[in-house]
Design a protein around this ligand. Structure first.
Ligand SMILES: [Zn+2]
Length: 196
């Protein structure tokens, strides 16, 4: 095998090992009919039980990656042993990196883009608004890119930036897909930007 072919196979393996475990959150919720309760991307989403549930679903898809990653890891081992070693090695490097990355978030470091606490906070704010204990009489909290805002009185209810919520994206399909894959679902604005 020439060097160029080797590098090519290694890169191919690396890309597949990167993409495969991300497929659950990239694809699962983006089918037609799955998003009828939400306004189209990138509009703000009103807080509701549907939204809370969506956050929990995205969290589940995120962790499914931990199971899916064993596919590229297994194929990687087989490939190193009997097939194309460069390809298998590429699968292993990116699949292994993914696994380490997810494992470290169990022990601290950056939290996943979707968490139970996030769903809880959404529900608390939604309940408050419904019971009239919120910012105004007709409180209508919406989740915008940089935080939760009441669209009736414009008060900011939370600084929690909005992660990807599995809606079909407006930008061209491939670009949107690529951006999602690289951002891993994390919000594209950081809290620091907001506070400046
Ligand atoms: Zn309000």
């Amino acid at each position: 095998m020439s060097l160029i072919a080797g590098v090519g196979f290694f890169t191919l393996g690396g890309c597949m090992g990167y993409a495969l475990p991300r497929f659950p959150f990239l694809l699962m919720s983006r089918t037609r009919g799955f998003n009828t309760h939400f306004p189209p991307h990138p509009e703000a989403i009103p807080l509701s039980p549907h939204l809370t549930q969506r956050v929990l679903h995205m969290r589940m898809f995120y962790w499914w990656g931990m199971l899916v990653v064993f596919l590229p890891l297994t194929v990687g081992i087989l490939s190193v042993q009997w097939g194309n070693a460069a390809f298998g090695f590429g699968l292993w490097i990116s699949g292994g990196w993914f696994l380490l990355n997810r494992l470290q978030s169990l022990f601290g470091g950056q939290t996943p883009p979707w968490t139970k606490d996030m769903a809880l906070e959404l529900q608390i704010i939604a309940n408050k608004a419904e019971q009239g204990g919120g910012c105004c009489n007709w409180a209508s909290p919406h989740w915008q890119v940089a935080g939760i805002v009441c669209v009736n009185c414009n008060s900011k209810l939370s600084n929690m930036p909005r992660p990807d919520l599995g809606r079909k994206r407006k930008d061209r399909r491939f670009v949107g897909f690529l951006r999602l894959m690289l951002s891993d679902g994390y919000p594209l604005v950081s809290v620091e930007d907001e506070e400046e």
